[in-house]
Design a protein around this ligand. Structure first.
Ligand code: BG6
Length: 472
């Protein structure tokens, strides 16, 4: 059968500034919420508890100084696209300044120029869990409507600056995660157990308005820009065919669909209005919000996919499993990664079809991959490498399901695997959990030379791209 991947399919990899740039205080950069998140994750912290000590993200993998070497390696794999984020606090160190930081802007000029040198298209996340810390401390992050204005100023600045260098933009990384990790995702300092549903959903509204506003500004600046939303996808299966379990699964999925529904359809769906009513939540809309949301819907939907979930009407009967921010009840039909994330390639096929059936809009898989412990070994030619057959198997199985979905007629723009070069993990803030095709010599205790080594998967992915997916 002929190859179903479109000729212009965007193959590549994904990263985020706070997890790999390092240089956390160089050239005028301010602190972001990540810079005070201690090892062990995104859980509820206060600024007093968090510190800039013992935090691997501060140095990351030093992409800030090694971007040329790294981009050369991405080009060698044949990347067509490269997803990264702009660290908001490099551009506006505190977030509420009048003028941007020129040194920060100049850094991304260098990065985008280097990508274009190799014909690699940048795909830029405007906000990837790295809101300036000052906006958390002074305003309580996205709980405060004032954040919209600061974000608008920041996005206008970068859209203007890079209007001829970047075409694809994502407004907020995994925007739905704010419901589950309000500090990491929304820079909200109020501890989750003290944060009322009213304030949480009001913060959601602020982000949604800011996202629509960014889309509007983007179109004013360059009508060729393509702006997408970015959500965590997690197809949710009912634990049993009991209709109550099916409804529990539907409810869990709606927590995610809420965000894509509003980005695509431009209005709050009926099911959330009912939820608000039943929970005494009343979202404050400023004049103009409704029209802004309605008139500035996205060009495409992007999402991360790591795992599926299982839901029950009686979740208290089960132990909750680990997972990408949301998690769920472990599914007995699936195996798990070393970090307990369940592995479900067919879930990607399901989610692609579900999104497409719901919206008939282009889809972009901007995160997927396996976090694993890798062992550096010496091959027969004396080169250091990692024999990561487990990663190749994981990615191959997932990409086969992407192909299946394309065969069903689903429009898939591209695929950027997560952490194409090893970086610091988001949830556990460690180096040991590696996703890359490129091994970086850095360890949980902060030691390592930062040297880069090609893993076996590096050559495999290169062949996948060269064959445009035909070899899968
Ligand atoms: C996604 C985030 O939730 O999952 C990334 O967008 C993150 O920032 C990725 O790194 C994998 O999670 P982790 O915790 O394994 O790094």
């Amino acid at each position: 059968m002929s190859n179903v991947f479109p000729n212009d399919f965007l193959w590549g990899g994904a990263t985020a500034a706070n997890q790999y740039e390092g240089a956390y205080n160089e050239d005028g950069k301010g602190l972001s919420v990540q810079d005070v998140t201690p090892k062990g994750g995104f859980g509820p912290i206060t600024i007093e508890e968090g510190s800039t000590k013992d935090n691997l993200k501060l140095e990351g993998i030093d992409f800030y100084h090694r971007y040329k070497e790294d981009i050369k390696l991405f080009a060698e794999m044949g990347f067509k696209v490269y997803r990264t984020s702009i660290a908001w606090s490099r551009i506006f160190p505190n977030g509420d300044e009048a003028e941007p930081n020129e040194a920060g802007l100049a850094f991304y000029d260098r990065v985008f120029d280097e990508l274009h040198k190799y014909g690699i298209e940048p795909l830029v996340t405007l906000s990837h869990y790295e809101t300036p810390l000052h906006l958390a401390k002074k305003y309580n992050g996205w709980a405060n409507r004032e954040l919209i204005g600061f974000y608008e100023k920041y996005v206008r600045t970068v859209f203007e600056r890079y209007k001829d260098k970047v075409k694809y933009w994502l407004t907020f990384n995994e925007i739905n995660s704010v419901l589950h990790a309000p500090f990491m995702s929304g820079a909200i300092l109020t501890r989750p157990e003290e944060l009322s549903k009213q304030d949480l959903y009001q913060a959601v509204h602020h982000e949604l308005v800011a996202s629509a506003s960014a889309t509007k500004i983007a179109r004013e600046i360059n009508s060729n820009f393509k702006v997408g939303c970015m959500v965590i996808s997690m197809p949710t299966y009912p634990m049993t065919p009991n209709p109550d379990d099916v409804i529990a699964a539907m409810d869990m999925e709606r927590q995610n669909y809420l965000f894509s529904d509003i980005h695509v359809r431009g209005r709050y769906p009926g099911y959330i209005k009912r939820f608000f009513h039943e929970h005494d939540i009343s979202i404050h809309f400023e004049p103009g919000d409704e029209a802004l949301l309605a008139e500035n819907t996205v060009d495409f939907i992007s999402f991360s996919y790591y795992m599926s979930a299982t839901a029950s009407a009686h979740p208290e009967q089960f132990e909750k499993g680990a997972g990408n921010i949301l998690g769920g009840i472990p599914n007995p039909y699936l195996t798990s990664s070393e970090w307990g994330w369940q592995i479900d390639p067919k879930g990607l096929y399901i989610v692609l079809n579900e999104f497409y059936d719901r919206y008939q809009m282009p889809l972009f898989i901007v995160e997927n991959g396996l976090g694993a412990v890798d062992e550096l070994v010496t091959d027969e030619n004396g080169h250091q490498t990692v024999n990561d057959d487990y990663r190749i198997a994981y990615m191959n199985d997932h990409l086969v399901q992407v192909r299946e979905a394309i065969e069903d007629g689903v429009e898939v723009m591209g695929y950027t695997s997560w952490g194409c070069i090893d970086l610091v993990s988001a949830s556990t803030a460690e180096m040991k959990k590696r996703y890359g095709f490129i091994y970086v010599d850095r360890h949980n205790d902060g030691t390592g030379t930062l040297e880069r080594y090609k893993k076996k998967s590096f050559y495999w992915y290169k062949d996948v791209i060269a064959s445009n997916g035909a070899m899968l």
